[in-house]
Ligand binder design. Structure first.
Ligand code: PBG
Length: 328
């Protein structure tokens, strides 16, 4: 017998053999494309912190939605950007608010596209925090925020949202939202909970995009502490008990271990959010010629799938599919 007997390189010899032996693929149907929607008409504002991304007005978003649908990407995630901020985040519940109008327009333009609404107060509070502040203004007050989240969710559902995605990290929000939706007759509106959402520095570019960067203090009193892994299992378990239909880990790339553990422990569809900072690093490095954008994007998205995510929410979605970056 000649040595070495086992030759791993046999299946790496050609692209055909590598394709044959490939364990993980990223398909368009694994992706969700996020959008920021602004007031006005024919508005297309480039987002400086996220090269290649734009804030769109409702009319242009509706056109964009048709393209996303034609590319085979099944869903979009909407964030509203508004100047109309207040202590109580009243604008978030406006049935004619920016997100509510965007949902209706997208559903009309692309009825098969799944519309997910990010459900949070930070784009609507004057504090920029993800909920209503307690009387001394020092921290987010959990329980009054729950009631508000329920009311926002009902307006998104009434506008036609398929899924609401609470990203605030208040305790008990999934049950409160489920209850509010059911009471109003929206028992078919699904909840995708940002179940394990870490207090991450990778959200920096997003906050410029969404107009929520003005907040003082920290989100560490509600978002998770990055060193903790077991705590993620408790967070996810609570959201599942409270009625979440899909669960999410966020960010993605620095938390692949969390994605894997959650995937192994819970039988629900699992999403991972490849967030703004992860995206911006790739774009800036590629613009400098330091990395090959196609290869690095493909490698990142494949790694997130390999860790166990069924869905990847990613700003790369449109470009990666349109340019065929994910094809073998
Ligand atoms: C709102 C929200 C944030 C993100 C999604 N929903 C920002 C935050 O928590 O500060 C971040 C998304 C990204 O960075 O791409 N709570």
């Amino acid at each position: 017998m000649s040595f070495p007997f086992t030759r791993m390189r046999r299946l790496r010899r050609t692209e055909g053999l590598r394709r044959l032996a490939r364990e993980t693929r990223v398909l368009p149907q694994n992706l969700v494309m996020p959008y920021f929607v602004v007031e006005g008409k024919k508005m297309r504002e480039p987002i400086a912190s996220m090269p290649g991304q734009e804030r769109l007005s409702v009319d242009l978003l509706a056109r964009e939605a048709k393209k996303i649908s034609a590319l085979g990407i099944p869903a979009i995630l909407l964030f509203g950007v508004t100047e109309n901020k207040s202590a109580e985040a009243a604008e978030a519940c406006n049935p004619r608010g920016i997100v509510q109008r965007a949902v209706a327009a997208v559903k009309k333009a692309a009825p098969d596209l799944v519309v997910i609404c990010d459900l949070c107060c930070c784009e609507y509070t004057d504090s920029g925090h993800c909920g209503i502040l307690d009387p001394d203004g020092q921290d987010v007050d959990n329980d009054p925020t729950l009631e508000l989240l329920g009311r926002i969710a009902v307006t998104y559902a009434a506008a036609g949202a398929d899924i609401v995605a609470p990203s605030d990290m208040m305790d008990g929000r999934v049950a409160a939202i489920r209850d509010a939706l059911d009471v109003e007759g929206f028992n078919q509106t699904a909840i995708m909970s940002y179940a394990a959402k870490y207090a991450s520095a990778f959200y920096g570019p997003f906050r410029e995009a969404a107009g929520s960067s003005h907040f003082h203090g920290t989100r560490k009193t509600y978002q998770m502490d990055p060193p903790n892994a077991r705590e993620a299992l408790r967070e996810v378990a609570l959201d599942v008990e409270e009625g979440a239909d899909l669960i999410m880990v966020k960010p993605a790339l620095p938390y692949l271990d969390i994605i894997k553990t959650v995937a192994e422990n819970f039988p629900l569809p699992l999403a991972a959010y490849n967030v703004s900072g992860e995206y911006a690093m790739v774009k800036l490095a590629a613009a400098q010629g330091l990395v090959d954008e196609r290869s690095i994007t493909r490698e990142i998205l494949t790694a997130i799938r390999r860790a166990g995510a069924d869905l990847i929410i990613t700003y790369h979605a449109r470009e990666a599919v349109a340019k065929g970056w994910l094809q073998d």
